[in-house]
Design a protein around this ligand. Structure first.
Ligand SMILES: Nc1ncnc2c1ncn2[C@@H]1O[C@H](COP(=O)(O)OP(=O)(O)O)[C@@H](O)[C@H]1O
Ligand SMILES: [Mg+2]
Length: 382
């Protein structure tokens, strides 16, 4: 899919932006703090996902402003669609979302419409950060492929919140421990399904990541990604996900129940899963060099794009925030090779760091506006 038109106003420091992106490469250039990342973010939120840099929705509206809007027209193989996202300042800022002129209840339906993948410098946290970072990478990626994943995950979140409230009540003696049973049964169901889906997705990315990483490391290094379920052993996943499996999950919840009640939080299940990333057989988190960690994060994101493309026969839009300039020429070529044919938006403070053969639209930003737009490559990059 390709964005054919974008119009943004009042999102953070952006104002009066409207442009027709290039089908292939869009290079957003400007000094720091001019709004380059904001521009990517304003388009990204139209995918229905939370901000890729963790911004809160209430901060979407410019300080001192009353309204933000971000609109795109995008084409996929079938048709052109229009997505509009508007927010008005208030005690409880309201999102107003339209798809092709029809008002939507929330952002979830956008999941199926506009797919994009962002690579940002903080993505090294997928490798270096807490297990939660890795789980949410897998969950976000799996959700993009399978909207059912999101449904189970939100049910799981509701159940977990409820369970944790009850644990505290029980701890304080305000409820009997037996109230957990009904929630644990439901959680066993949701948690098992999510475990299976995580296992499935990790299996897929392991295969592709391994291949891509081999290429990027010049054939000398092996990358492996493994799913460590808190409940199931790897061989358990060869069984169908049925009542026996739910029972096993339920038992695991019961096993830690006493401790859960004492501490007021849940210690078993998918919130305790780990995704282990290894280079040449040892943990990348503990032993990887900076370069290895950066390449691993990149490969994981590119894998996500590749899986999405082969599954849906549709290419996601790619956002590369401040990452290309840091890669040497060989690595840049490797990246551009994999995302060939996809529409790319990349930001950089230094356009001469981008490979000279990358032709497309150059958007120069200053003070939250596009101050110059060029269709050809500038002379010093020719
Ligand atoms: N809610 C907001 N209202 C107005 N300006 C904001 C808001 N949030 C961030 N900014 C401004 O946006 C700018 C940073 O934009 P960013 O896209 O991160 O820059 P860069 O070009 O370095 O990627 C900063 O000047 C910051 O003060
Ligand atoms: Mg930036």
């Amino acid at each position: 899919m390709k964005i054919s038109y974008a119009e943004i106003d009042g999102f953070k420091n952006l104002s009066g932006i409207s442009f027709e992106p290039d089908n292939d490469y869009n290079i957003i250039v400007g000094p720091n703090a001019q709004g380059k990342t904001n521009l990517l973010e304003a388009m990204w939120i139209l995918s229905g996902c939370r901000s890729f840099r963790g911004s809160k929705e209430k901060d979407y509206i410019a300080l001192g402003g009353n309204r933000m809007s971000s609109k795109i027209k995008m084409r996929d193989r079938v048709r052109e669609q229009k997505i509009e996202f508007e927010m008005l300042r208030g005690t409880n800022p309201q999102k107003i979302i339209h798809l092709n002129g029809v008002k939507l209840k929330g952002t979830r339906a956008l999941f199926d419409v506009f797919k994009c993948i962002a690579f940002i410098p903080d993505d090294v946290d997928i490798i270096k950060g807490s297990p939660e970072k890795r789980r949410s990478f897998i969950d976000m990626a799996a959700s993009q492929l399978n909207p059912l994943f999101v449904v189970h995950l939100s049910k799981h979140n509701v159940i977990m919140n409820q369970r944790n409230v009850l644990l505290k009540e029980i701890m304080q003696g305000n409820a009997p421990a037996s109230v957990l049973e009904v929630w644990d049964r439901q959680e066993a169901h949701e948690g098992s399904l999510i475990s299976y889906m995580r296992n499935d997705y990790v299996g897929k990315i392991n295969e592709i990541c391994g291949r891509l990483y081999k290429t990027i490391s010049g054939g000398s290094e092996e990358l492996e990604i493994e799913y460590r379920s808190n409940v199931f052993k790897p061989e358990d996943f060869s069984r169908p996900c049925n009542d026996t499996v739910y029972e096993q999950y339920y038992q695991k919840l019961r096993d830690t129940e006493e401790y859960d009640i004492r501490t007021g939080s849940t210690h078993a299940g998918i919130n305790r899963d780990e995704i282990v990333i290894k280079i040449n057989g040892v943990s990348a988190k503990d032993y990887g060099s900076q370069g290895q960690i950066k390449s691993t994060a990149l490969v994981m994101k590119l894998t996500q794009a590749e899986i999405y493309r082969s599954r849906s026969k549709e290419s996601p839009v790619i956002f590369l925030d401040d990452v290309m300039g840091e890669l040497d020429e060989a690595r840049q070529r490797f990246v551009f090779d994999i995302i060939k044919g996809m529409q790319v938006f990349l930001t950089t403070p230094n356009e001469s760091a981008i490979l000279p053969e990358i032709e497309g639209k150059i958007l120069r930003m200053s003070g939250g506006r596009i101050v110059d737009e060029q269709d050809c490559i500038p002379t010093h990059r020719q």
